[in-house]
Structure formats: C-alpha cells, structure tokens
Design a protein around this ligand. Structure first.
Ligand code: ADP
Length: 779
C-alpha cells in the first residue's frame, strides 16, 4: 500500500541501504526501517544486495524497494538482502566500479549496516570519492554534470555485528541476540554440569573483543573468564585453579569457564579451551568438557532489544542522511546507555582499530580504556561478584554494614540476579547481607527465633545459582509499610540493626520508599541509606527510563506475538488484537509494537476513541483489499489492558470483525502472566548486576555517618536509573515532588513516548490529518 507521508516537502533523494560483512540478528529490522522511513520522508529507497559485491557488480544487485517489500522482516534472522565478503571493494578499481554503479542508479546516499570492516571500507570510500569521480570523468564514464550532482557522498553507518567490537557505542545491532544464544546454551550446560559435578570450558566468538565473553560471564555467573583486552595475571593458572577449588569447597557442584576466541596471556600466547580443560582435569581432577558454540551464536531471529535498536537506528540513519550538509563529516548511529546518537565515523573506526593495536602492543590498560566506561564497569562488576574471598577488596571492620535486601511488588526478571550481585558484593567487602523474605509483611512476621524466619543472613552459596532464575527467590509482596504498620516496620529495622536497605521492585517499591522517607522524622530507624533498583515489567518507575525485567517481558511478548503472527499469516486474512500488561504505562505495548511491526498500538497515555478506531479499521480494510496474497505476514494490534475501560481488547476485536463484513477475520489474545517471562534476559541480568553493585557502592558512602548527616543528605534515599546517556541516582524527595504522576502510577515524563510515532510511521498507520473527521475514510 502507498505510504502516508506526513506532508513534509519531499527532498528528491535516492537512499540505498545495504548489509555487509558478518551477518547479525537485527539487520533486517534496519533495512525495513531505512526503506520505510525513506519512503515516508518522500525519498526513493533502494537495496544493494550481497554487500559491497552488489555495489561493485551493480545490475540486478541494486534494486528499488517498495513499502510492501519489507513486510514481516522484523522477525527474520540473518539478512534478507544478503551479505558477502568482497575482495574487489578493498582495492581502488573495485571502489571505482562501485562509484559508477551508484551514480548510474542515481543514488545520493548510502546507509551501510555492517561491522568494523564494512564501516572502515565505507570510510575509505568516502575519503576517495572526489578522486574516484575525477577518474570516472577522465575515463568518460560519467559527465562533468554528473560529477557535480554527485560530488558529495552521503554515507551513514549502522553497526551490525554480534561481537560488539565497535568503538563509541555501547551496543551493536545483534550483540544482545548473540548473547542470548550463549546464555541459553550455558544455562543448559549448567544443568548437566550440576548433575554430574562437571566443569565446562565454553568458547565464544570474539577475536579482538571480549564483550561476548565478559557479558556471558556476568550473566551466567561463570567461575572464570578469559578475554583479549584484559589478559589474566602471569600466575593465572594458579589463580583460576584457586578460585575454582574455593568455589568447589564452598559446595558449588559445577564449574564454567568462558574463553573468548582471541584469549591470550600477557605475552600474547593464545589460551585455548584445550589448555584450560587440561588444567582443570589434571590439576583439579575435574571431569571437564569443552563446548564450542560457533555459528549458533549468529543464528536465529533478533531479540526484542535488537529489533528496537535496529529500527530506531534505521530511522535515525535516514534523518541523518536528510540533515547532512556537504560539511557534515560521515556519521554512524550509536547508542550510549539509552540514548541514540550520531557519532563521527572516522574517529570511531580509528578507535576500533586502536584496540587491536593496543592489544598487539601489550598495552592492555589502553585496550580496556578504549572499550569505554560501560565495558570497564561490567568488568569490575564481574570481578567483584564472582570470587567473594578477595582480601584486597575488604573494607576495614569498623565500616562494615548490615545491608538488608527486600523485593516489593510483582516479580520481574532480574530481581534474583540483582540480589545475587548485591550479596556477592557485600560479602567481598565484608558487609553482612540480610535477605528479607516476602516483602514488608514478611519482615513484620519475622519469627526472629526461627532459624528459617523471614529475615535471613545470606551466604554466597545460597545465591550463587540465582543469576539465571526468574521470579523472586526471596519472595516478593506488594503490601506497603503503611499497611503492615510503620511502627512495626521500624521495630524490625532496630531488632536486626539494619544499617541500610536495598529495595528491588517497581512502582509499589517506589511508593514504599516514599512512605519510609516521609516517616523518617518520626522513626530514627529509617534514617539509614536506602536505594531502589527499579525492577518491573511495566517500566513505570520515576527516575529511570529502564527497569530491570522490562527487557525479559519484551522478549516474552515478542516471541508470543511472533507465534500469533504466524498463525495469523497461515490463515492469511486475520488480525489479532493482543492485550498487554504494563499498568497505566504504554511502554511495553509500544516497544513490543516497535519490535513486531504492529499495525496500531493503544496506550493509556493516548487512550482510544471512536475516530481512531474508525481510521484503523479503514486502514485494515484497505490493506487487506490490496493484499493479493503476495505476503503472508500476519497483522497485529497491541492494546494495553488499561488503554480504555470501554474499548477493551475483546470489544475492539469484535468491532473489527463486524466492520470487516466477512472480508477478514479478527481475534483477540491475552498473553497474561507469560509476559513476566521465564528466565531473565541477558540484558536484564547484566544490568541488574551492574546497577546492584552501584547501589551497594552508593550505600557504602554512608558508612560511619551519623543519622543526622544521613537525614540531611537528599541522596541517602534514591532511585538508580538509566536516563539518556547516563546512569544516575535521583533523590526520592525530588522524584516524588517533580517527576511522579501519582494518579496514573507512572513518571510524568515518559521518554519512550516519542517512539509511538515511529511505530505508526513504519506500519503506515494513517494519522488523524489524513482522514475525514467522523467517517474515518482515509484521504
Ligand atoms: P565486518 O564488516 O563484519 O567487520 P569484514 O571485515 O569482512 O566484516 O568486512 C566486510 C567487507 O567490507 C569486506 O569484505 C570488504 O569488502 C569491505 N572492507 C573491509 N575492510 C575494508 C577496507 N579497509 N577498505 C575497503 N573495504 C573494506
């Protein structure tokens, strides 16, 4: 169907998109986004097939793409426009042919989704462009007029790579999907390792980059990792054996060592999985096996995060193309924490190459620095939460604290991972971690004299296996301190001599912390540092743009929708209306809509009205009328459970059926608690670990301070959050006062709202201005 443009003047541009180098999950999402966004912005979209090979060969390998051509691509793995390694493009004659083919096809801008090799090639191509054009004129291949028209090469990079090895971005398209495959495999291996008390050495991809190995280590609780940027000390063999035998003595039945493909020692001698296996079997007499994951790490469809990332970055790439001036240096689209930004391509290519050079020169500190602060933080978090008996990390006895940990509200993936990390960190620093079971009701029914009461001192082995566990191992409850009694709660804080509280939960946890803050003047027991780590599938906690658990939920919802979409497409003319959770926040409905390409998303923020429904139904009618069966992709509408009291999911599905007059079918589906997900996603696990460590670090700042000093410090009660490009602590007092929409239990300002428009644009959903008032007819 014809896209509905927003009426902006159409810059007559031809934008081509290609995928190059190693394929990665999510590449199709970026092609879809570039094609549709380009068309929406009044440009013509082209696809270059088979990477640079297509650019060099031209002909049929460069073709115009229509809106319909990319339908259903979000849920497909690999790259549907093909990729190749192209030797010809690495040499000038090849690039000369590529330049000629671009001009022959009238292409003014090129979006390249690929790894560091592909983007290095793109950078070279742009640098040479004026001289390539001169040569083409000299050879009589193009006219001077053409030379003038195409004098500036407009290139934008998208980083598609499973290795996450590109500088100046926190994540590359595909890396979290790949990490997901690895975690899934290690979780399976874990079970058999536990049963037989075996050791496993798992080799993962990454010749120059240890991101996958590091993150797999963090998210599976591996005993030891070996990565190229930070080789182990000279006595690493003893160290590794020490750590593993200590873990075994503590009662651990399994051992996992993760080795990056490019792992080496300080002298750059390769550390192979076989070497590690031999050590474990000869020195420690462990029954040890090697698992090489290989291409499994590339396979399969993209996880929810990669679908969002590829889509949002594809949209941004088109914006960057359209806003570029001859003076603008080439950009690539990056993500820093939660913010999508444009960064200079040349510098990033240089920094990426510098990592390999620094490793070659044995300057490992520089290699780690070049990987950026996020990488370094994960590395530190891994080191601090893996081996708890590290004398160098221990704090002096007089500042050891009793740190209570509590879960409040509904369970969310990553709650246990955060708890495990907090406990491990506390133990390595000498603090006493205390788990409060079953929330505040558990605390006041503590049964102090029972060995298995609700307030328990925790040992490392208790939590060691929790990293991959869904739900809440210590039990969670939504009752607030005011319900169980403020006085009783304060009494328990006194009885157990809590010096600090670490709360993990969603809006309920936020409300609980607010109550404790307001009760501080009356109850000295609450004048202790308290940090909240937002964990809820709804992602509706003020002070953060990301809550632990929301990624797990989006993965569960995306898989559910993929399955439903398949059923919808098998019977061809069917639309499903899927009801999502999310409280009074449309976050998960919108982000899932972005990841599956929903026809429409209904949120509580926007509500639902009759005109909107009429427009959407008309759109569906038109789209089914035009569908001659060339595409089998099913259609979905996502509807948050609180979007409207009147137009419920069932009502909407019935209205669509009634209006379709038998031309297509409509059903509704309610995934319900499936959305809490089973095992937490790798992103939720790693972020839970990193943020939990930061929370306990923040708590430590108050060690030795008086209650008055703590009371005076606004940040002594805070929420940790990811906001834009930063991780920040927001003071409860300020968040309650300025950023909370108490009526609707969500932040006043929801940063993701901007993405709603993107979902609509990319699904071609009609806008109010495109329709006649009342009748819903699309102009
Ligand atoms: P990735 O993009 O995944 O890192 P490669 O390193 O294989 O994968 O690069 C993909 C393609 O990009 C190569 O086959 C080649 O055509 C092109 N390329 C890579 N490096 C350069 C370079 N320095 N100059 C020109 N083209 C290059």
């Amino acid at each position: 169907m014809a896209p509905i443009t927003n009426g902006a003047p159409a810059p007559k541009k031809r934008i081509a998109v290609m995928t190059s180098g190693g394929d990665s999950p999510g590449m199709n999402g970026s092609v879809r986004a570039v094609v549709r966004m380009a068309i929406d912005r009044g440009c013509e979209a082209y696809c270059v097939y088979e990477g640079y090979e297509g650019l060099v060969q031209g002909g049929d390998l460069i073709r115009q793409a229509q809106w319909e051509d990319v339908r259903g691509w979000l849920s497909e793995g690999g790259t549907l426009i093909g990729t190749a390694r192209c030797k010809a493009f690495t040499e000038r004659p090849g690039r000369l042919k590529a330049a000629k083919n671009m001009i022959d096809n009238g292409i003014n801008a090129l979006v390249i989704c690929g790894g560091d090799g592909s983007l290095t090639g793109a950078d070279t191509f742009r640098g040479e462009w004026p001289s390539l054009l001169e040569e083409l004129v000299k050879n009589g291949d193009i006219s001077t007029e053409q030379q003038k028209t195409f004098q500036y090469l407009n290139i934008v990079g998208l980083v598609g790579s499973i290795d996450n090895d590109f500088a100046d971005t926190d994540a590359t398209i595909g890396c979290y999907s790949s990490l997901g495959r690895i975690c899934e495999a290690v979780d399976y291996i874990d079970a058999t390792a536990f049963s037989h008390q075996r050791a496993f050495v798992v080799e993962v991809m990454g010749r120059h980059c240890g991101w996958l190995a590091l993150m797999a280590g963090v998210s599976t609780g591996a005993d030891f990792i070996l990565i190229p940027e930070s080789p182990p000390d000279r006595d690493w063999e003893d160290q590794m054996c020490d750590i593993i035998s200590r873990h075994r003595k503590l009662g651990k039945r399994k051992t996992i060592v993760i080795v990056a493909e490019g792992a080496h020692d300080l002298d750059l001698n390769r550390i192979s999985p076989t070497k590690v296996k031999d050590l474990l079997s000869t020195r420690l007499r462990l029954d040890t096996r090697i698992t090489t994951l290989g291409h499994v790490q590339r396979g399969g469809n993209a996880c929810a995060y990669d679908r969002q990332l590829s889509t949002l970055q594809g949209v941004e790439a088109v914006n960057a193309v359209l806003e570029a001036t001859p003076e603008t240096p080439s950009k690539f689209i990056a993500i820093i924490e939660n913010k999508i930004v444009r960064n200079p391509l040349i510098e990033a290519v240089k920094s990426t190459q510098e990592v390999a050079e620094a490793i070659k020169a044995k300057d490992f500190k520089r290699a780690l620095d070049l990987r950026g602060p996020e990488f370094a933080e994960y590395h530190k978090a891994y080191m601090m939460t893996t081996a708890t008996d590290q004398p160098a990390l221990r704090l002096p006895k007089e500042i050891h604290m009793n740190i209570a940990i509590i879960h409040v509200g509904a369970p969310a993936g990553g709650m246990n991972s955060a708890t495990r990390a907090a406990v491990a960190y506390c133990l390595s620093r000498g603090h006493t971690p205390i788990a409060i079971h079953n929330g505040f009701p558990g605390l006041v029914r503590h049964h102090a004299d029972e060995p298995l009461g609700s307030v328990r001192y925790v040992q490392w082995l208790d939590v060691e296996g929790w990293i991959s566990k869904g739900g809440s191992e210590i039990g969670t409850n939504r009752d607030l301190p005011s319900k169980v009694g403020m006085g009783e709660t304060a009494d328990c804080f006194n009885i157990y001599k809590f010096d600090a509280l670490f709360i993990i939960g969603g809006f309920e946890a936020f409300t609980a912390l607010s109550e404790l803050r307001k009760a501080r003047p009356d109850y000295p027991a609450f004048r202790i540092p308290m940090m909240l780590l937002p964990a809820t599938i709804s992602n509706n906690v003020p002070g953060t743009e990301y809550s632990v658990g929301s990624d797990t939920c989006l993965n569960a919802l995306t898989s559910y929708c993929d399955a439903i979409k398949q059923s919808a497409s098998a019977s061809r003319r069917r639309i499903f209306v899927v009801e999502t959770q999310g409280g009074r926040s449309g976050y998960i409905a919108t982000m899932a809509g972005l990841g599956i390409g929903a026809v429409a998303v209904y949120t509580p923020e926007e509500g639902i009205n009759l005109q909107m429904l009429a427009r959407d139904i008309e759109h569906l009618k038109q789209s089914f009328a035009k569908d001659k069966g060339q595409t089998r992709a099913g259609k979905l509408i996502l509807c948050n459970e609180h979007a409207s009291d009147t137009y419920t999911t069932e009502v909407i599905a019935n209205m669509i059926r009634e209006e379709s007059k038998g031309r297509f079918e409509s059903r509704f589906a309610i995934p319900g608690h499936v959305q809490q997900g089973g095992t937490p996603s790798p992103m939720d696990r790693v972020r839970a670990v990193r943020l939990a460590v930061k929370c306990i670090e923040a708590i430590e700042e108050y060690a030795g301070k008086t209650k008055e000093e703590i009371m005076e410090d606004d940040l002594s009660m805070a929420v940790i959050g990811i906001k834009g490009a930063s991780v920040v602590f927001g003071s409860m007092e300020r968040l309650e006062r300025e950023e909370t929409n108490w009526n609707h239990r969500r932040p006043k300002d929801e940063s993701w709202l901007q993405f709603k428009k993107t979902v609509d644009t990319l699904s071609g959903r009609p806008r109010p201005e495109d329709c006649c008032v009342g009748c819903g007819k699309i102009r």
